[in-house]
Design a protein around this ligand. Structure first.
Ligand SMILES: *Cc1c(COP(=O)(O)O)cnc(C)c1O
Length: 397
């Protein structure tokens, strides 16, 4: 997945443009910048990459989720349905707005289970936030149907699925709003950065203002701009945007390499009868940033993990005991270890998290192995890796 693996002259050239005139900020300073508007240029590139009318760059993927929810009016006391398997950013971004994360089971897509989502809906539900984990996607038609039926927003966190598609649409562009991260380990990187995409003009204007202290961005005198509503600072810098501008132009190249490497490993593992793969919904095309497969049980997964490590096979995870990506080890959330007081509503919403039954999610996460697909591997290296992985798995079963 990581774009940083293929970092070079193109990125350097874009950054040097910014350093040459010294305007590190994305807004204002029109006279000094000698025509360089890296953030604006990247937003325009991303509009065509993600086939979306509007793109607002922000400072991170986590910021993108908060800004997307805020732009659509989600706030204090509202419930946001999110999956048990994701990244800690999901509940962080929701709680930052005073909203309540409602942890909900996944299915064999490794994304939100539409039936579980339906059951989790209450009169307080404002949004369903689907997270397209590890390069693939949840069953989007079914989730969209639940969202429509209950008249709630569908927000997509596509941070890990840049380049994946569903029924011809880029992941991230299907819901009311989509969120991306360009942190250092994502498919394309800015160093740090993120984006909100939407076809809804009002949400876009809200995101534009909210991410820059509520500035209305009218005219070219920043000091004279008014604040139609409260905002915050989630701006990206020109330096970061410059890196992203070089990277986004290389996305087709990155996706080709990912696909080649992914297919070599997948084909080798598909020959093992005990190995099954995550379900990709009909009409879905993975970005191939990761290859996710299931083994018969956790015991086999642990055995294989140990043998992979001993034999120098790196870049794989099982998330059952992982403290970044899965509910089981999120003790800081379950114990609400916060530096500052948390509202009673959020406290109440998370009260029973420790005792809730997530065995349906455990069923998939315990048996899952997730392999990062790197861009820097040569075809020869991938073939050797695939052979080694397949031998190890066979020996452990
Ligand atoms: C990386 C990631 C984020 C957060 O992105 P940052 O840019 O690191 O803040 C959010 N959601 C998912 C699924 C991610 O993988």
């Amino acid at each position: 997945m990581p774009g940083f693996e293929l970092f070079g002259d193109l990125e350097r050239k874009e950054v040097n443009d910014v350093l040459d005139n010294g305007v590190l900020m994305r807004y204002g300073f029109d006279g000094m910048r000698k025509g360089h508007w890296k953030a604006k240029a990247l937003e325009s590139e991303l509009q065509s990459t993600f086939k979306s009318k509007h793109v607002q760059l922000v400072s991170s993927g986590t910021a993108a989720v908060s800004v997307a929810l805020a732009a659509a009016g989600v706030g204090a006391g509202d419930e946001v349905i999110m999956p048990t398997f994701t990244f800690v950013a999901s509940f962080e971004a929701i709680m930052m707005l005073g909203a309540i994360p409602v942890l909900t089971d996944i299915d064999d897509t490794l994304g939100l289970n539409p039936d579980a989502v339906e059951k989790a809906i209450t009169p307080k539900t404002k949004a369903i936030m689907v997270v397209q984990m590890c390069g693939s996607m949840a069953n989007m038609d079914a989730l969209q149907a639940v969202a429509n039926k209950h008249n709630v927003l569908l927000v997509e966190d596509a941070c890990q699925a840049i380049g994946g598609t569903y029924k011809g649409k880029p992941l991230g562009s299907i819901g009311d709003l989509g969120c991306f991260s360009f942190d250092f380990v994502k498919t394309i990187t800015c160093g740090e950065g993120g984006a909100v995409i939407t076809n809804n003009k009002e949400y876009y204007i809200n995101a534009d203002h909210y991410s820059d202290h509520g500035h209305d961005h009218v005219g070219n005198d920043r000091g004279a701009e008014t604040h139609p509503f409260l905002g915050y600072n989630f701006r990206i810098s020109e330096l970061h945007a410059a890196v992203g501008l070089a990277q986004v132009k290389r996305l087709p190249e990155f996706l080709e390499i990912q696909k080649r490497n992914f297919n070599i490993i997948r084909e080798a593992l598909a020959e093992i009868p005990e190995v099954t793969f995550r379900t990709v919904p009909d009409g879905g095309v993975e970005s191939c940033a990761f290859l996710n497969f299931f083994l018969p049980d956790l015991e086999t997964v642990n055995k294989v993990s140990k043998a992979f490590k001993e034999n120098g096979v790196d870049a794989f995870w099982n998330y059952y005991n992982n403290n970044w990506h899965y509910i089981r080890e999120w003790h800081h959330l379950k114990d609400l270890k916060s530096l500052y007081p948390i509202s009673t509503e959020v406290r109440k919403g998370l009260e029973n998290l420790k005792n809730r039954d997530f065995s349906k999610s455990d069923h998939y996460i315990a048996r899952n192995m997730s392999c990062l697909i790197k861009l820097s591997w040569t075809e020869q290296e991938v073939r050797e890796r695939a052979t080694k992985m397949s031998q190890i798995i066979r020996a452990c079963i």
